[in-house]
Design a protein around this ligand. Structure first.
Ligand code: ADP
Ligand code: MG
Length: 247
């Protein structure tokens, strides 16, 4: 099952909450440059999988290897440092700060404030902020207070706050929830762009959106994989129609 460009390998992953297995012996693989979407009914365990990968929840059994580094023993901040970025369902931006400031505070500053190259660093940070703002359709909004952005723009800003850290694995939980049709289209374009050179794992319910972005789809049901493959295969799977798409 091992292939060359594998970014994430989850094997026999289980988490049980008071005996209830929210994720049950899961095997899941994610390749480099892959945009992989996880779908499934409410309560299937989708968000819990992201919680396990980012270290918010500790597994009961199994392993999560990110580029051959075991994540199950690491703290949340160590997992971030290893190159994993995760966006939660509701945007968690600083509403009272501008778009520019939100991106600025998210920039990873490994070199410390007393560094002699601090000035050069500021220029680097400034150009990176502008580059990311352009990627997330907010270059005209850099000085705007974030509270004044639309719901969709706030979602993009949060994606930008992750992108500025250049994660190798980016995980997004229901990124287009509450977005307009136009914003959904732009988000699909954004995700198609940012999966180049990294792996992207998305949880989503909007099937039109899934169709526009997914390289591969996994259907989760009761903590287990019900079906996996390309969009067409999954959509035509009678088991998937019965537990999810038929409703
Ligand atoms: P999904 O994102 O697919 O809708 P979740 O991963 O949020 O589903 O939840 C899967 C199941 O695990 C649900 O039944 C939920 O109530 C339960 N669950 C999730 N997190 C916890 C927790 N921290 N403690 C207890 N039960 C949990
Ligand atoms: Mg969820």
């Amino acid at each position: 099952m091992k292939h060359k460009d594998i970014t994430l390998a989850i094997e026999d992953l289980t988490v049980s909450f008071d005996g209830f297995k929210a994720v049950d012996s899961l095997n899941f693989y994610l390749d480099q440059n892959e945009l992989h979407v996880v779908i499934g009914p409410n309560g299937a365990g989708k968000t819990t999988v992201l919680d396990l990968i980012c270290g918010k929840t500790k597994s009961t059994e199994g392993s999560i290897k990110f580029k051959d580094k075991e994540l199950t023993n690491l703290a949340e901040h160590e997992i971030v440092q290893a190159g994993v970025g995760r966006k939660f369902q509701t945007p968690s931006i600083y509403e009272n700060l501008s778009v520019y400031e939100n991106l600025e505070i998210s920039f990873p500053r490994g070199r410390g404030v007393f560094s002699s190259i601090a000035f050069k660093c500021d220029e680097e940070v400034d150009s990176r902020i502008k580059e990311v703002a352009k990627e997330i359709f907010l270059e005209e909004f850099l000085e705007m207070e974030s509270a004044l952005l639309s719901h969709g723009q706030k979602q993009w800003l949060e994606i930008g706050m992750l992108l500025i850290q250049d994660p190798e694995l980016l995980m997004l939980d229901e990124p287009v929830a509450g977005m307009s049709v136009k914003e959904r289209e732009q988000t699909a374009e954004l995700l198609n762009r940012i999966c180049v050179g990294r792996s992207v794992l998305v949880i989503e319910h909007d099937m039109d959106f899934v169709e526009r972005i997914a390289h591969k789809v996994t259907v989760l049901h009761q903590g287990k994989i019900l079906a996996e493959g390309d969009m067409k295969t999954v959509q035509n799977d009678p088991k998937v129609i019965e537990v999810y798409l038929g409703h």
